[in-house]
Design a protein around this ligand. Structure first.
Ligand SMILES: [Zn+2]
Length: 47
């Protein structure tokens, strides 16, 4: 998790990352639901 975010942060000064609260899958765009497990419980992080 921490390793994935670090890599994504390098792309720009302000990066928004979405993470599934259930399975931990990360998205770079705002998804309606997790593509892996289908839950709509998505956490949003901004850097
Ligand atoms: Zn999920």
């Amino acid at each position: 998790m921490r390793r994935i975010l670090k890599r994504m942060v390098g792309y720009s000064s302000t990066t928004t990352v979405f993470e599934c609260r259930r399975c931990g899958t990360c998205f770079s765009s705002d998804e309606e639901s997790c593509t892996e497990c289908g839950t709509s419980s998505i956490a949003k992080y901004e850097f």
